[in-house]
Ligand binder design. Structure first.
Ligand SMILES: Nc1nc2c(ncn2[C@@H]2O[C@H](COP(=O)(O)OP(=O)(O)OP(=O)(O)O)[C@@H](O)[C@H]2O)c(=O)[nH]1
Ligand SMILES: [Mg+2]
Ligand SMILES: [Zn+2]
Ligand SMILES: [Zn+2]
Length: 487
């Protein structure tokens, strides 16, 4: 009996031991099979996933770039400006469709892809911010402030037209380009003034007019001439231009260029127009005022001088003065005064003098009326930009200086006192000193002399105008180069 018991016991122990081994063996076999099967499947899934990535990024299965919408610029998107996200979405979407729930195994891969795209976006948008900041800083350093000479609005940045005719409103670095962008016609355009976007054909983003003076590279100085009809504004503008053009003749690497066909029509014949025997054609009222832009260069330094010469009638009524929105953009003003038009001055002249000077006399309101209208409008426009006229400069320019000698009203001594006492402009000058930061009286003769050179009074006024610009340009008319200094 005990032998049988021992045998059964031994069999039981053997079966138990062998069963455990069998179970262990089975489990191990299952584990190894699962591990290799899972790994194989993961490799397969990864391969499918990588193939999708390859197809989307390089294999020609790239999603089609959406065409820019009506309000967007006609340029291709940069990779960071949208396609990077679209590609990620497409890869994840196709993998999900093909692998169904098995795609869950690829979650870490997808997270890795997402992190790479995120890092790329961060780097690229940081570059965009840096380049924009650099461009803005450069504009500030060069003191470039752009104003459209057609609609007189401040331009944060010009728009540009590609050679294919497409218009790009926001060319600066962004989602459509970093240092250059590709127009839909596949032409490359620089996105920064630093890299030469100012050389492209510029447009005003507000009024769409062509900006022939290529703004963005140089400082701009707006010069506003105002006064009665026939006071001598157009003649004075031509005189200032001629003085500048003659001043640069004596300096190497200096030049004065009239920008645009319209400005050329106004200024190109300045030397014949300033012939003392010649009369100027009155500026047509009702025509839209445009700034005439003159580019003054001295070596690498340049200044864009925008001259605004509206017809005297524009200043006759407050409503029309209100339409001259360029006033609020300018800081330098010339009140042009015909001394012969002031009644007390005229009455001082003898009969012969009156007979001789009558054709040169303009008729209109007292200069004080024009001054007040413009000054009030200026205050209004400046107030909108929270500025004050104390930052502005006013020159009271008495014209016809060449006709006054020999008359009882000939200028003499201190010009401010002469203008106050003899011309009766004391109230005007007092008010001007209260409102403007700088006020000066000039007497000009807008004529050329026998040798064809602009009268020295025009050089002096031009020097005062340029003095506002603190670059080297303001030295163009310094004594060493002025007419008096020329050997
Ligand atoms: N001799 C001389 N004549 C001048 C001078 N300034 C103006 N005139 C005379 O004034 C006339 C009118 O000058 P403009 O420059 O056309 O006057 P304006 O202010 O532009 O006039 P509108 O355009 O009608 O508002 C000229 O034809 C000249 O006869 C000057 O300095 N000397
Ligand atoms: Mg005129
Ligand atoms: Zn404009
Ligand atoms: Zn194009």
């Amino acid at each position: 009996m005990p032998v049988i018991f021992l045998l059964i016991f031994a069999v039981i122990i053997l079966v138990a031991l062998l069963g455990e081994i069998a179970i262990a063996l089975t489990l191990s076999a299952l584990f190894v099979a699962g591990f290799f099967g899972g790994s194989l499947m993961l490799v397969g899934l990864t391969w499918v996933y990588l193939r999708h990535i390859y197809n989307v990024l390089l294999g020609g299965h790239t999603p089609k770039e959406p065409l820019p919408r009506a309000h967007e610029d006609p340029a291709h998107l940069c990779y960071h400006g949208g396609p990077a996200w679209t590609d990620l979405r497409t890869v994840v979407g196709t993998t999900w469709r093909v692998c169904a729930l098995w795609a869950l195994a690829l979650l870490p891969h997808m997270v890795l892809y997402l992190l790479v795209v995120l890092a790329y976006q961060v780097v690229m948008w940081a570059c965009v911010g840096f380049l924009r900041g650099l461009d803005t800083a450069l504009l500030c350093m060069r003191r470039v402030r752009m104003v459209c000479p057609h609609c007189f609005r401040h331009l944060p940045y010009p728009a540009y037209r590609c050679l294919c005719g497409r218009r790009h409103n926001t060319i600066r670095p962004g989602r459509r380009g970093l240092v250059r962008r590709l127009c839909l016609c596949d032409r490359a355009m620089p996105t920064l003034l630093l890299l030469g976007s100012a050389d492209l054909s510029g447009l005003c983003p507000h009024c769409c007019e062509h900006l022939e003076h290529r703004p963005g590279k140089s400082r701009e100085l707006l010069l506003v001439l105002f006064g009665a009809t026939g006071a001598g504004k157009t003649r004075l503008m031509n005189g200032l231009y001629l003085a500048l053009a003659q001043a640069v003749e004596h300096g190497p690497r200096r030049c004065v260029t009239v920008m645009g066909a319209q400005a050329r029509r106004w200024l190109d014949r300045a030397d014949t127009l300033l012939d003392p025997a010649r009369r100027t054609t009155p500026t047509l009222p009702g025509h839209r005022v445009r700034g005439a832009t003159v580019r003054v260069e001295d070596g690498r330094d340049a200044l864009l001088l925008q001259l605004y010469d509206a017809a005297g009638e524009s200043f006759a009524r407050s409503e029309t003065v209100g339409g001259l929105t360029y006033l609020g953009q300018a800081h330098t003003f010339l009140l042009v005064v015909d001394p012969l038009a002031i009644d007390p001055v005229w009455h001082c002249l003898s009969k012969e003098q009156k007979e001789r000077l009558l054709p040169e006399r303009s008729v209109g309101h007292h200069p004080q009326i024009f001054y007040e209208r413009v000054q009030e409008e200026l205050e209004r426009q400046y107030a909108m930009g929270a500025r004050t006229t104390r930052r502005a400069r006013l020159a009271v320019v008495v014209t016809r200086g060449d006709l006054l000698p020999g008359t009882p009203v000939a200028p003499e001594g201190d010009l401010e006192r002469w203008a106050a006492d003899t011309l009766g402009l004391a109230n005007l000058l007092r008010s001007a000193r209260c409102h403007f930061g700088w006020v000066r009286v000039f007497v000009t003769s807008a004529v050329v002399e026998a040798d064809g050179r602009a009268h020295p009074s025009l050089w002096e006024l031009a020097r005062w105008v340029l003095a506002q610009d603190r670059g080297t340009i303001s030295t163009i008319l310094d004594a060493s180069t002025t007419r008096e200094g020329v050997p």
